[in-house]
Design a protein around this ligand. Structure first.
Ligand code: FRU
Length: 505
């Protein structure tokens, strides 16, 4: 039986490898500057770890279907967070269950003893989800397991002592994110349990003790808490702890979303500075976002660019879902509040083709930035600074009367993305909608950066203090971009710059 199973897996790998080599990522909605699996279903990014110059991206993957199913960890690697190389599937389901979300660390001091030949191991910590036990009506079907790699993430060996954290009888008990806590010299696991966070600690990644629970009285609780992350950031010499908690549903623009808390963490418990609800991204299409480990003080964030409301219905057939662009997190202090902002990783600039920057332009009613008539305008970046905080919109359209409108509404002090007429939307009743996000800064000039791919827009307002992500599915590529204002308005600069696709280079 085992032999037959291995033969099937091998056959699958060969077929897969062959079709990968035949890759033609020309499908109309295939993102050109975002990671997508070659084919089939993907959800959360997992186990993101940087080691020896390579960024590893693992992800929730169903290798046999374009809808969610038995979860594996797919794998891709990159040296610049932009160009990705597909790697063989890293983790397969086993007798403990499917391989749900989790994290990976470099065990520099070989605390786990998994290292070999003096080289530190990479250790993945993930949830084993036992669907059989779930079906049987048990509550303890999610446990935490570890696997290690002695060849820089290429192949993984599951720890025979799994699971390393047993389930105390909580149905939703998953998505371990592990970090080294320098002050107490031990590992800390941040785990989602129903709509709470539970912290565990360990000297060796194998033996874990429960430390504390967080979340009863704070945060958004419209759904189950998933995929947490905990790390420190510096703000002018003050160390501040950020606790990311993904939530589904209950996001600010419906469905799944990423909230965060700012506070202190002492190795045992997390104390938020206040009870404000904060969102890393106002969505609707960033979810399960967490950060890379192994990157020191630099915190690089990436999410899944979809929403559980309609992820398995979106009109892409060969594959489903992309990741967001990798983003550098920034810690801002606005008034008395710490806010976590984000911007696309700087080296996105290496993908820029010739920038066309217009300076000090007065727009009367409308200004056409691009009108190609034919071909695809995107991927591209639109950047602008206004002279005053007045309303404006940027309209992307095609000759099929489909249009995506992104803008700033001065009256309500909000950014918005309106995809009501952006393209195909009949696959889910909530899809065609207008989404909003607050503006937090009161600078006179509105500063906007839009990263637009063929089927997504990521909005970064005011240096990334407000972030929104939205996917859309035009029947034909957008060919025109226009800035629209009420009457007259001065822009200090506006640029629209094409980006080179990552799969072509
Ligand atoms: C979040 C999530 C995780 C879980 C995984 C299963 O999107 O539901 O909580 O581990 O997806 O694929």
């Amino acid at each position: 039986m085992k032999y037959i199973q291995s033969a099937i897996v091998l056959l699958f790998l060969v077929i897969n490898h062959y079709s990968y080599a035949q890759k033609t990522p020309e499908e109309i909605h295939r993102p050109q500057v975002h990671f997508t699996p070659e084919k089939n279903w993907m959800n959360d990014p997992n186990g993101m770890v940087y080691y020896k110059g390579v960024y590893h991206l693992f992800y929730q993957y169903h290798p046999f279907s374009s809808v969610w199913g038995p979860m594996h960890w797919g794998h891709a690697t990159s040296t610049d967070l932009l160009h990705w190389k597909h790697e063989p599937v890293a983790l397969y389901p086993d007798t403990l269950g499917m391989i749900f979300s989790g994290s990976a660390v470099v065990d520099l001091n070989n605390t786990s003893g998994f290292g070999k030949n003096g080289e530190p191991p990479l250790v993945a910590i993930y949830t084993s989800h036992n669907a059989v036990a779930e079906k049987a009506g048990r509550n303890d079907f999610e446990t935490q397991s570890v696997a290690y790699s002695n060849d820089n993430g290429k192949t993984w060996i599951k720890f025979p002592g799994n699971p390393v954290v047993k389930n105390p009888g909580i149905r939703d008990f998953r998505d371990p994110k592990v970090m080294w806590h320098g002050e107490t010299k031990r590992w800390v696991m941040t785990l989602a349990a129903m709509d709470r966070i539970v912290f565990y600690s360990s000297p060796d990644l194998k033996n874990w003790s429960r430390e504390s629970e967080f979340g009863a009285a704070v945060g958004a609780h419209g759904g189950v808490w998933e995929c947490p992350d905990l790390f420190a950031m510096d703000h002018e010499g003050k160390k501040v702890w950020i606790l990311i908690v993904n939530l589904n549903p209950g996001g600010p623009n419906k469905g799944s979303a990423t909230q965060y808390f700012v506070g202190d963490f002492d190795g045992n418990s997390f104390k938020p500075f206040n009870t404000e609800i904060k969102w890393i991204d106002y969505d609707p299409d960033e979810y399960a976002g967490i950060t890379w480990s192994g990157t020191g003080d630099r915190k690089i964030f990436m999410g899944w660019m979809s929403n559980w409301m309609y992820a398995d219905l979106v009109p892409t057939t060969k594959w489903r879902s992309a990741t967001t662009i990798a983003r550098d997190l920034k810690l801002y202090k606005i008034g008395a509040e710490y806010l976590v902002g984000s911007l696309p990783v700087k080296n996105i600039n290496t993908l820029l083709e010739n920038a066309k920057i217009r300076r000090n332009v007065e727009v009367e009613k409308s200004l056409i930035l691009e009108d190609k008539k034919k071909g695809n305008l995107f991927p591209g970046i639109i950047e602008l600074n206004t002279a005053a905080s007045k309303s404006f919109s940027i309209v992307m359209s095609n000759t099929n009367n489909e249009k995506l409108i992104v803008g700033f509404d001065a009256e309500n002090n909000q950014y918005y993305i309106d995809r009501k007429s952006a393209g195909i939307s009949d696959f889910h009743k909530e899809f065609a909608d207008r989404h909003i996000a607050p503006r937090f800064v009161d600078d006179k000039a509105v500063k906007l950066l839009l990263l637009i791919d063929v089927a997504s827009v990521e909005l970064f307002g005011d240096n990334g203090v407000t972030v929104m992500t939205s996917i859309f599915f035009p029947k034909f590529p957008y060919t025109k971009v226009e800035v629209v204002v009420n009457d007259k308005m001065i822009f200090e600069n506006i640029s629209s710059t094409p980006l080179n696709g990552i799969w072509k280079n």
